[in-house]
Ligand binder design. Sequence first.
Ligand code: PEP
Ligand code: MG
Length: 328
Amino acid sequence: LFEKIDSEADAPPITQDGTKISLLVNAGLSADLELEQYRQGDGVGLYRTEIPFMMRDRFPSEREQCEIYKDVLVTHPNKEITMRTLDVGGDKPLAYFPISEENPFLGWRGIRLTLDHPDIFLVQVRAMLRASLGLSNLHILLPMISSVSEVDEAKRLIKQAFLEVKSEAMEHQQMLSKPAVGVMLEVPAVLFQLPQLAQRVDFFSVGTNDMTQYLLAVDRNNPRVSSLYSSYHPSVVNALQLIREVSTQYKVPVTVCGELAGEPMGALLLIAMGYRKLSMNAHSLRKISWVIRNISVDDTREILDDILRYESPQDVQSKLSEYLENQK
Ligand code: PEP
Ligand code: MG
């Protein structure tokens, strides 16, 4: 099977009945910038900016950040590159910015931390904007959003940074495009605020890793409860279905960038729901592309009706794996 997947490595991810699925790359997790990997796929769906911060013993300067971001933006000058603002805290500590909390996953992380430190946020956004001079592919993604006021505040700061960089750019006759701004859907509170968020942002990106952790109240890194952690849990499945429905209703483009998108069963489930943009680690691209070429959207819709009614993760997984087995 793997030989077959390899021999068809460059075939486009189009289903048997002709639906094109956009496959994007999750980047930034490995310490060395493997820029070659980012060139695969239809763009970068999630660039995690934490690594350049974690690799140093101090906050990287605006100039240092700008150079790193530029290297990433130029990998796909004509395709979207989605850069997430700093998402430290929780499972991503910064040695030179220690945070001691009893419940780090429920504490000061992601957008909460950067809105409390607008200096950190502004430096980062300015670096992203400077890196995008002359390009128009920058998308800015906000992590750990749990309320609309965080979005409003972050957008206000992004606008401030934009105006600062814009006036410099004009002096040097450089072009600065307005970045698209989107939010991660990963805190369950957003499930009941989707229309309000939809009116404020240009795109959604679903983080199934944290969404699963928070919906099920199961630490994503704790082996003791790992058997309870499943993105195929009916509550997660129905949350994903709701997000897809509301994004379609409000015409907000949506990508899934959690690990689920890079699993064959997960990709199948998401495509059945109507998701058309999946972002994953580069090493999953071939496998998922192969899955896509062997399924048909019409058939997947039929299994979805059953899946949405199931009461256990095991039932959801059995149905998906049975379907995949029958495609081989
Ligand atoms: C997620 O939470 O699903 C996600 C993609 O972000 P991270 O894994 O970096 O928290
Ligand atoms: Mg997350």
